[in-house]
Design a protein around this ligand. Sequence first.
Ligand code: PGA
Length: 254
Amino acid sequence: MKEYLIAGNWKMNTNIIEAGNLAGAVADKFKDVSSDVTLLVCPPFTNLSAVTSQLEGSGIRLGAQNCHWEEKGAFTGEISLSMLKSVGCDYVIIGHSERRALFCETNDTINKKLHAILSHSLTPIVCIGETLGQRESGKTFDVLVEQLTMGLKNITPKQIGNIVIAYEPVWAIGTGMAASIEQVDEAHNKIREMLISQFGSVADNTIIQYGGSVNENNSSELFSLENVNGALIGGASLKVESFMAIYNNALVQV
Ligand code: PGA
């Protein structure tokens, strides 16, 4: 049975009141009718506890947008996985292209975070994707191979089932210009192939999300592709109607 993960990445949006209201509105509309489609929201750190309260008992899962790999100590401004766990997080996004481009995140630090997340029994969402320049110069698959090989270094076949991959072409993020169905199909098939060649057939079940200008109009077709298991959604996740319409488009696939 195909599984879907529909995740809202709220980025640096919402204050604590707005976050509580948004989460409450999502929870009001959510009916936990399928164990094959998981709904997840990832608010800013400061709003995690307000959102947890709103989601209690709803079946909607909570995630963070980043973490540090160390347990505690002199790391001013950082947040540990125990802290995230204590506030109710199940998922952590790592390697988002905004963090790679603006905050110097590398495949090496992403790999450290990945191992730390798994050792805390949380689920990492590892973002990968090429820039426009890389696509135009025919380097898309080289970039994906490098990000997957280095990002997933020392991961075992047993662990790969607990890792989510999000394919997010950088040029499609926040631009309103999602990748075409053919581009998404090609990239996701390739990612599945790479995972299977690295980890074996257990990787058949790894969730591979697409991200980049997903909305209520393009999500149905995206979700019908064999190797697309949901979406990582920025802008549209801040609008309850759009976010829930995307969720419903995944529900009808299972
Ligand atoms: P977008 O963002 O849906 O606004 O394009 C996606 C993301 O950055 O995860």
